[in-house]
Design a protein around this ligand. Sequence first.
Ligand code: NAD
Length: 489
Amino acid sequence: MDSHFQLYIDGQFEPGAATFASVNPATGEAWARMPEARTEQVNRAVEAANRALTDSAWAGLTASARGKLLYKLAGLVEKAASQLAEIETNDTGKIIRETSSQIAYVAEYYRYYGGIADKLEGSSIPVDKPDMQVWLERQPVGVVAAIVPWNSQLFLSAVKLGPALAAGCTVVLKASEEAPGPLLEFAKLVHEAGFPPGVVNVITGFGPECGAVLSSHPKVDKVAFTGGPETARHIVSNTSNNLAKVSLELGGKSPFIVFADTDIQSAVNAQVAAIFAASGQSCVAGSRLLIEASVKERFLALLVERVSRIRVGSPNEMTTEYGPLCTERQLRNIEKVVANSVRQGARVLAGGNALQRDGYYYAPTILDCTGVSNADSITTELFGPVLSVDTFTTEQEAIDKANSTVYGLAAGIFTTNLTRAHRVSRRVRSGIVWINTYRAVSPLVPFGGFGLSGHGREGGMAAALEYTTTKSVWLRTSDEPISDPFVMR
Ligand code: NAD
């Protein structure tokens, strides 16, 4: 069993206070022992980040020098992509085909924010007092607690670390206890890039201790969280202690709207990507198909046929298209929700069962929920490979059904009618709308949701500003001595 993984605190690698087994979801067997950070180590990581924040080794660097460190990190991530991908695949079960291409692209996020570091400009204020000069400096918001889930974790941490480091913040990054291997390995690249001790700390441990101590720590200034809404409630309540700024990237129940005028075959392929890529374990999964009634039969026939050809297999094989779920808990939850939905009247068009093989495989599943729009599979985020189908006959009905959710992360709209594409995209309540495509991301484009999908945006220039705050600096330009000390100036 692999047991080389360590925590990274204050520029040093160290073992955890305890260890725990990490399971390979493709086999159901433990493959590595991971270090667990308990309270003392979490506190030490935050203290180190707090010291580094104002230490000249980091605070004394020019913004351009911070940018160069990020460029260096980007290059190292690119070089280590295949090794990181292999660890991520072993730890999460995500197919190597996706982990290797996603990690190579993660380097672009560090490069993008490296370029932004010296463009976070302040401003000068033409203040209404003749003997004063006032300017605004952009300052780092402080110590950032970055808390991420197990899926796409190199990507989800890059959208936090990139802007945080560009802005001059320091970070304690907490990897998920479900699969911490990739981020613990990534810490070696941070070290090699030459960030001063304490600027980036990488730890892992369990939510109720490690996560709670971190997010409530009095020296944490911002919590950047990605995960589920239930955990988000804990985070918000933990931050009542330190009153830290919070950004939340949560789940979704994203609609995939198909109008009859679209290229049906192309929309079918996009729907497969939207719900069955990463075995549906994606926050933006297009898990609710809303199909115009007149093309329902044709669309579903093509979809079921395409799904029957998905290559299920070992996630370590480059030819595999579909792997296991990350945890047994998820597998059991999906079994329960699908069984409930069928009891409520949903009809199984494909899958609907766990696969008879080692590991946590669940079949790509399509449920026809026409007429049962309150089925559990339509209302709850499953974070798995289950597509619920419903129909509409008018544009307004499509919009109403798309918006009938507590979430609002993403939406897909498939139509060749340009004016309709604009109308519908404006009225769907979601942070991302993809028209005639799905699951496209870029470092330049903000990402985030409405409603229970959270708040705050990651990606783009605006995200970098989220890691800054302003400092107003007043300079008195008069040579006259200050006279009356009892009046406000
Ligand atoms: P989770 O909420 O269970 O865990 C996320 C992180 O929070 C983990 O590191 C965990 O240890 C930590 N945590 C747990 N309890 C905590 C506590 N009390 N205090 C502080 N931290 C605590 O999420 P998960 O099951 O690992 O991931 C799946 C969820 O993440 C889904 O809902 C998915 O939609 C969401 N997600 C959202 C996005 C996005 O960008 N919007 C991206 C990926 C995943």
